[in-house]
Design a protein around this ligand. Structure first.
Ligand code: IPD
Ligand code: CA
Ligand code: CA
Length: 266
């Protein structure tokens, strides 16, 4: 196993232990509104510190970008860790047991290692570039679904960009009418991990940030899936508008989305 994946797993488990312990006393969690329907808690920050300390102990020169503390430049910018210490904070605060730690490593700008850890279910999703994706050390693959009809899709509502609501609901309507059903579970990292594990056939969301999607993107690709922006291009880490799917249904999915795209979504 790649030594940097090992450190990422150690960091994710350390953060996961703090998160699951805190989850036993949700009423003691200190919640802060970051603005625009975006929350952060003392547990997000504690988890983030554990992850950063674990990484820095082994790789003090690496760069880090993490949701709550932002950019931490390192002497060696070839290595950049992208961290969401607690993806699904709103679920966590509400006592809904569906959230994860998400850690990705980019080497010279390319996604190289990824860990998504669900501390409640004890599910550790991992991926290394060129080595496939695993769930608790068992290989996972995207579904082989050949058409949109009959698929179960995952999504997130644009709760931080409500100006996209009309366009988004147009996409939702057309995708819902052409698939079997849609899930909105509240953790983009787990949504992507579930695409990789074949639990859902595809995922799309508008307005995500690199720390929401970096680890999940590598996981989907290593599980045989494709990740694009909403036009089928590769601008998703900038636009935040992402589609992840098994290759057979991506084209049909983008066709349903296309009529609802606005200029700012591309
Ligand atoms: C959020 C979750 C949610 C998605 C939001 C993200 P956070 O991450 O991934 O599912 O819809 O856009 O911001 O804020 O809980 O880390
Ligand atoms: Ca997130
Ligand atoms: Ca977060």
């Amino acid at each position: 196993m790649h030594p940097m994946l090992n450190i990422a797993m150690r960091a994710a488990r350390g953060a996961g232990n703090v998160i699951s312990r805190a989850f036993e006393n949700v009423d003691k969690i200190e919640v802060e509104a970051k603005g625009g329907n975006d929350l952060v808690t003392n547990v997000d920050r504690q988890a983030e510190q554990i992850i950063i300390d674990t990484i820095r102990k082994s790789y003090p020169d690496h760069s880090i970008v993490s949701e709550e503390c932002g950019e931490l430049p390192g002497k060696n910018s070839d290595y950049q860790w992208i961290i969401d210490p607690l993806d699904g904070t709103a679920n966590f605060v509400k006592g809904i047991p569906h959230f994860a730690v998400s850690i990705a490593l980019k080497v010279k700008g390319k996604l190289d290692q990824a860990v998504i850890y669900d501390p409640i279910r004890g599910e550790l999703f991992t991926a290394s570039r060129g080595k496939g994706a695993q769930l608790n050390n068992v290989r996972v693959r995207v579904t082989a679904q050949k058409e949109l009809a009959g698929t179960i899709l995952a999504t997130g509502f644009p709760h931080k960009q409500k100006h996209h609501t009309e366009a988004y609901l147009g996409m939702f309507n057309d995708l819902f009418m052409n698939s079997a059903d849609i899930r909105r579970a509240g953790s983009a990292a787990l949504d992507l991990a579930y695409v990789a594990a074949g639990r859902v056939d595809a995922f799309w969301e508008l307005g995500l940030r690199p720390w929401d999607t970096a680890a999940g993107e590598l996981m989907v690709i290593e599980a045989g899936g494709l990740v694009t922006d909403v036009t089928g291009g590769h601008n998703h880490s900038k636009s935040g508008n992402i589609v992840a799917a098994n290759p057979r249904i991506l084209k049909e999915l983008l066709t349903q989305i296309r009529p609802h795209l606005t200029a700012t979504m591309k």
